[in-house]
Design a protein around this ligand. Structure first.
Ligand code: 5GP
Ligand code: MN
Length: 326
């Protein structure tokens, strides 16, 4: 698997001595799992590295080793290699990459999004993998890295969160084999399930309450719009819908579920989910975002009412055209 890219990435790594590892803005469990796993791997290889992301890691991932090393603003900018994890395109790396002086360092792009633009000098991208950490589960040992208990825990966290606890469509026997192997290497599945997936702050339930209250259903689209004031009233400060969009899409009558949520900077974060035969990756791509066939998103400039008008029209059109295909 990825034989050519592994050799090419090894060659880039061998030459590098100051490595910047970046994961995507508004990081999720796969993003933080992959970031810390690469850090733990580079530690074993005796490489100097910085772990970076424009946004802080959500608190629920504080059980992962190295998460306290994450920098949202870089303390220096002299790097000779960038490793991007779980980023579908260059913009997903945010300012920690964009603000690096030109010429930028070479990039190893490690990812699993079907919309990946292959922006790396070396691309280790497997759209069949359920998570970026599943790609790393193969890539890191190929570099000579041992799966220690903390490293296995980071990898399992990405697999568990991106598959919603092994419930998504792409889960295969290989996913379970990787998870089983990581458990044997010392990762505690119960800990990951409860810390990364099940436990949540009260503000999340308040957000769901608001979202379900604002929910609308038309032409197969089940969606909810949450204004900046409404979001702030719930106390929810995270980016993304904290599972609300899955709840909407997991309804028999819904072809696509969507959540539109506004933030202080006037931007609107949009999340889409669906079940086969529908696909939302093209829809998100057409709106300037990206993702997977069944889970995708984008960020748009407000005002919220205009964004809603456009997103709802395009999502309904997606349902209309795709229902003819099935
Ligand atoms: P979520 O709805 O959970 O925030 O995102 C669903 C999927 O879409 C994730 O895989 C996420 O990485 C991807 N995604 C969300 N927003 C964007 C975006 O603006 N650009 C790209 N390329 N992918 C996105
Ligand atoms: Mn991912």
């Amino acid at each position: 698997m990825f034989a050519y890219e592994i050799e090419a990435s090894k060659a880039l790594l061998a030459k590098a001595s100051r490595i910047l590892v970046i994961t995507h803005i508004a990081p999720d469990g796969d993003a933080i799992g992959a970031l810390t796993a690469v850090g733990l791997g580079l530690e074993q290889l005796n490489k100097q590295f910085t772990l970076a992301c424009d946004d802080q890691a959500p608190n629920r991932f504080s059980f992962l080793t190295l998460v306290d090393r994450l920098q949202t603003v870089l303390t220096h900018n002299a790097y000779d290699l960038v490793i991007a994890v779980d980023c579908g395109d260059m913009q997903r790396m945010g300012c920690v990459f964009a603000d690096l002086p030109d010429p930028k360092p070479p990039i190893i792009n490690l990812d699993h999004h079907v919309t990946n633009t292959m922006f790396g000098d070396v691309n280790v991208v497997d759209p069949k993998a359920n998570s970026a950490t599943e790609v790393l589960y193969y890539w890191l040992p190929a570099l000579g890295v041992t799966l220690t208990p903390p490293l296995a825990l980071s990898l399992l966290t990405g697999i568990v969160t991106d598959t919603l606890g092994f419930r998504t469509v792409g889960v295969t026997p290989r996913t379970f084999e990787a998870a089983g192997d990581l458990m044997r290497a010392g990762a505690d599945l119960t800990l990951v399930m409860s810390e990364a997936l099940t436990l949540k702050p009260l503000s999340t339930l308040r957000l769901w309450q608001m979202g379900l209250n604002n929910m609308r259903f038309e032409d197969g689209l089940l969606w909810s719009v949450i204004s900046n004031e409404e979001r702030k009233a719930t106390g929810f400060e995270g980016i993304g819908s904290a599972g609300l969009v899955n709840m909407l899409a997991d309804v028999y009558q819904a072809a696509i579920g969507a959540v539109l949520m506004a933030y202080d900077d006037g931007k609107v974060y949009v999340s889409f989910r669906c079940r086969p035969p529908y696909s939302v990756s093209e829809l998100a791509l057409n709106l300037g975002g990206g993702g997977h066939p069944l889970a995708a998103g984008c960020t748009l400039e407000g005002p919220l009412s205009k964004v809603q008008e456009m997103v709802v029209a395009m999502a309904k059109e997606t349902i209309r055209s795709q229902s003819q295909l099935s």
